[in-house]
Design a protein around this ligand. Structure first.
Ligand SMILES: [Zn+2]
Length: 93
């Protein structure tokens, strides 16, 4: 499973490149305080892969994106009633 995650991660990076100015929103439906907007290169986000741990993706939340601007992410978040959505304090998008 971990090997699959690494291959998927490398595929995502090859598609989007190392762009630092793209954004992802983490939607956690079990803990609203985890609903945050991140830069793609944030250590918590890692271009929508999250941390490479033992979590089961989609079990409690999903990464949504990429968005080319934080404003576009804000529109998506508002249109889909995914509030609250504070910015990540680690990457300050
Ligand atoms: Zn972040």
């Amino acid at each position: 499973m971990k090997q699959f995650k690494l291959v998927l991660h490398q595929a995502v990076l090859s598609i989007i490149g190392e762009k630092s100015k793209i954004f992802y929103f983490y939607h956690d439906w079990t803990s609203e305080k985890e609903n945050k907007l991140h830069k793609g290169n944030c250590k918590h986000c890692d271009y929508g892969m999250g941390r490479l741990g033992d979590e089961i993706r989609g079990e409690s939340g999903v990464w949504i994106g990429p968005f080319d601007t934080a404003a576009l992410a804000d529109i998506y978040i508002l249109e889909n009633n995914l509030n609250p959505h504070p910015r990540c304090l680690a990457c300050s998008p």
